[in-house]
Design a protein around this ligand. Structure first.
Ligand code: ATP
Ligand code: MG
Length: 558
């Protein structure tokens, strides 16, 4: 108890100040555990020892350990999912994915924030497919996003909507802007547009009168210009220090069949244009976006103001990235297409499918992503924090089995014949039972270093003594008495099983071809009664998910 409390405060103190020492934490320790005062010598001695240990932890280890503790502040932070000008019962958020890839943990962060906020304020959350880029979007991705949200337990209010169903509305708003002299058709080559933006220089197109703009816009819609030959630009402020305001593109010509709208449209709105209009007209009160859009905030409001539309609140939060992997679709697509991973559900990927296949529970993802809240500061957590959340959830429920990696056969002389009985879970009165005689398979790595005379215990069975471990391995029965020391998992029949162990896909920014380890061994027979998707705890090994029964394969989770 005392050591646990000291450790908790030492960890936090180190996190806050870079290092910890007994004097900085003793006050908090006593506050949490007044008995510590009775024997200050022990308390300070323990504190000194623990602070030293904690100071020696790596950043990763520190984070991992810290995430096991709950502090008052942490709870407050969750409660602190607060948004400005929110009226109880009237909050409307939306999750606006583009169906251009499989959803990943970054989407889970955005979606959980939208969902939790709507729930906390007794409001609604909408799902909107932001699908105005025909080149990238597919129905397959729409389905994957719906399925991903359902798996996460996020239910949206009402039917999902599709930005691309509003094209006529966008055209009519565009015409309002053109008529008001707030938008112009630009036919300059893209390099020239870029250069003009950089130097804050207007082009000749900008100076044409609205009547002329109107007819050029008509030509855009009718097909007189080819792909890339004309864009509609916002009449912003070319001199603005904020480059997002320097006449951004509102519409471009994209000659590509749309997965939902077919070939009826050739002029497509940009996110800058469609985003605010959709948010405003769909009744969104609080639009959450990742921080990199912060510069575009004035543009969002300028467009709404020019169109006389209601202005929602914009709330920014940090984009999630994870150390040694890549989160964005743009990075994941080439890995999948290039065959560098085994598809969208490769357990090394941060896609929802990959996470599910790795046995990461939706609640672990939820707890993990919400732990960042609406904070804007970017951090790059490693997998370990997510895995710690997962372990916390699995530990009380996952049934226990034995898996013996890289097995070595051992004959135990004098072994009594009997039925071994092992608990399925320490908290449950359910058992797995096996008749055993003298043949066992044990983890080679554990046996290899053992010396003659060494005694260990077969877990939940009896003790065994090494008789010879030179060229040949000989062992003998060594009694029943419970003892300190090594307890090994075992199996009595060779049921071949492999375990995929996902590792870091990237190391120092480079693709790591050795990121998937495959470990072969034997599993106990009872696992044959499980169905794919089942989570287990292989004792002395880790939590794994049954991936396939034929061949028998698990994926290491955490
Ligand atoms: P990607 O880089 O994967 O293409 P995106 O932002 O283009 O990401 P969208 O489908 O447009 O993907 O995103 C839908 C929502 O999810 C947006 O609100 C976006 O801000 C959010 N989102 C996407 N990636 C992340 C991330 N890594 N962390 C937090 N939110 C994210
Ligand atoms: Mg995108």
């Amino acid at each position: 108890m005392l050591t646990e409390i000291i450790r908790k405060h030492a960890l936090r103190n180190r996190k806050q100040y870079g290092a910890t020492n007994p004097r900085s934490i003793v006050g908090k320790v006593i506050a949490d555990f007044p008995d510590a005062k009775k024997d200050m010598k022990t308390t300070m001695g323990e504190a000194a020892r623990i602070c030293e240990e904690v100071n020696a932890l790596s950043e990763e280890e520190l984070e991992e350990e810290l995430s096991k503790y709950t502090f008052e502040e942490k709870k407050k932070e969750e409660r602190g999912l607060v948004i400005p000008n929110a009226e109880e019962g009237k909050v409307v958020t939306r999750f606006p994915p583009e169906p251009s890839g499989y959803p990943h943990i970054g989407h889970a962060k955005a979606a959980f924030l939208d969902y939790e906020l709507a729930k906390r304020y007794g409001g609604r959350m909408l799902l909107r497919f932001d699908d105005t880029n025909p080149e990238k979007e597919k129905p397959e991705y729409v389905d994957a996003i719906k399925e991903g949200l359902e798996w996460l337990g996020i239910s949206c209010d009402g039917e999902p909507t599709y930005t691309s169903d509003n094209m006529e509305k966008f055209y009519s708003y565009a015409e309002n802007l053109i008529a008001a002299g707030k938008a112009y058709v630009c036919t300059c080559p893209s390099e020239k547009v870029k250069e003009g933006r950089e130097h804050g220089r207007p082009c000749a197109c900008r100076a044409l009168i609205p009547e002329e703009q109107k007819s050029r816009w008509k030509k855009m819609l009718e097909g007189s210009y080819g792909g890339g030959e004309a864009v509609l630009r916002y009449m912003g402020d070319l001199a603005s220090a904020n480059t997002a305001l320097r006449d951004p593109t509102l519409f471009r010509i994209i000659l590509f069949a749309h997965y939902r709208q077919g070939e009826q449209f050739r002029v497509w709105p940009s996110y800058d244009f469609a985003g605010p209009i959709m948010d405003s007209t769909e009744g969104v009160t609080h639009a959450l976006r990742t921080k990199e859009y912060e510069l575009r905030k004035p543009l969002y409001f300028a467009i709404l103001r020019d169109l006389g539309l209601r202005e929602p609140e914009l709330v920014e939060f940090a984009r999630l990235s994870i150390k040694n992997t890549k989160v964005g679709k743009r990075h994941i697509i080439p890995l999948v297409k290039g065959g560098l991973v085994h598809g969208w559900d490769d357990p090394r990927l941060p896609t929802l499918r990959g996470l599910r296949r790795r046995g990461i529970l939706p609640d672990a993802i939820r707890n993990f992503v919400l732990s960042f809240g609406l904070k804007k500061s970017e951090s790059e957590p490693g997998w370990s924090r997510l895995l710690t959340e997962n372990r916390k959830l699995l530990d009380p429920v996952a049934p226990h089995y034995f898996f013996v990696p890289n097995p070595v056969k051992v004959m135990v002389e004098g072994a009594p014949k009997r039925t071994a009985k092992m608990k399925v879970h320490p908290n449950k009165d359910e058992h797995r039972e096996y008749p055993v005689s003298e043949t066992f398979y044990l983890p080679r790595a554990e046996i290899e270093g053992m010396k003659e005379g060494e005694v260990f215990r077969l877990k939940d069975l009896y003790n065994v003594r090494i008789i010879e471990n030179m060229d040949e391995l000989k062992a003998g029965y060594a009694g029943e008495e419970l003892r300190e020391g090594k307890k090994l998992q075992w199996v009595s029949e060779p049921l071949a099983c492999e375990i995929w162990k996902p590792g870091d896909l990237f190391l120092n920014g480079e693709y790591n071809p050795e990121s998937m380890d495959v470990e072969k061994g034997y599993a106990e027979k009872a696992v044959l009664g499980l169905e794919p998707g089942a989570m287990v705890q292989f004792e002395r090994y880790g939590f794994c998910r049954l991936d396939s029964k034929e061949p028998l394969r698990f994926i290491y989770s955490c």
